[in-house]
Design a protein around this ligand. Sequence first.
Ligand code: EPZ
Length: 416
Amino acid sequence: MDSIRIQGRVALQGKVRIQGSKNAALPVLAATLLVGECSFIENCPRISDVHAMISLLRSMGCTVHWHEKGVSVDSTQVRRGEMPQEAVTGMRSSLCLLGALIGRCSEVVMEYPGGCVIGARPIDLHLSALEKMGVEFTEKGGKLKAQAQNLHGAQIQLPIPSVGATENVILAGVMAEGDTVLTGAALEPEITALCRYLQDCGADIEGVGTGRLLIRGGRTLYGTAFRVPSDRIVAGTYLFGCLGAGGSVLLERAPGEELGAVLDAAGEMGAKVCTAREGVYVQAPDRVGRVHIRTEPYPGFPTDLQSAALAASVCCEGVSVIEETIFENRFRIVDELNGMGADIRVQSPRIVEIRGVERLAGRHMEAKELRGGAALVIAGLMAEGESFVSGCPYIYRGYENICRDFRELGARVVSV
Ligand code: EPZ
């Protein structure tokens, strides 16, 4: 079932419940290592990146069980800080285990998490920040070895609001001796979720939701129950699916308050959007208008929704422009979309111009990464006739069941 078959040109109607957030669940699962007791993580998405993270936790001695409403993690018996190779190289988000394991085990050995198709994904900011906290990095058999006999607080300034580096400083900081002041911290809601989980466990963190965090280390942490917030990127994906395919939908539990820049862009494209208690209502225009999108760190337009917005714009009135400022190679789906009849011109590695066309023709496409793959499904929803998207394991890394969700909205989509 590595492909998805789509019958296009079916307007979306109805409602779909948005899953728990992948990028909140992963650092929270890593943080359970710091607790040394049992935590219950509710609304944890059943996606392959979470299953991979759970395998990593189990390989280090945690007892992890899935339940109907979430997952329990008992980290009483964490025994070692070596991460199995296959888990790290295949899943970059294992990097946030670095800070957690340093905090719990004082020593970690891991593969260098490589880059991926969207960019080189360097880790220099992680390493320099943790070095300031007393972590020593060496190379051991081609692997990265981190040791911290005296993990201590520090004053750390991030030149780029790196989400992962912010998470690693928080995870190490709650276990360090003394206080850590982190300035230039990422503001993404997933950082706030991680801090809220740690606070519920007894951590002392000030400035949550701002770019300056004060983390008072050395507190004993206790197990807790925590609910993972809804996934703003999945919600935004389905929002752009509706703009592309047309129709009117309710994205149940969508975190409208975290989607400001996205809702602004949707409004510019002619959508009527309304954030309510139950979620976000979206009504697509007959034809989307032109839009200028520039991805930025939160609260700007999220890079993870750039591909979905690109797909939804290919039949726009006039000419749209999308600028990608976060990753250096995130226009990977342009060739696939142009093969369907789109007219997208790459002005530079960071800027594309989309001249709206009347129609797209269905075709076979191949997903090469998570968010681009989801965007190809949106293109299939928009196209005349039948489309196939192969390489779907990329999509299943972040979407519990994209076929089920779009079918809930009336789309003719099936895994094959
Ligand atoms: C997180 O990745 C997300 N992943 C990404 O989502 C998301 O695109 C990204 O943040 C930006 O919002 C998870 O949360 C698991 P960064 P992360 O460190 O932490 C540069 C998805 O589809 N940088 O904020 O790896 C980096 O090259 C994924 O769910 C350095 O230069 O992103 C990039 O240009 C894709 N040195 C920028 O910072 C470093 O040491 C932002 O990266 C670290 C990062």
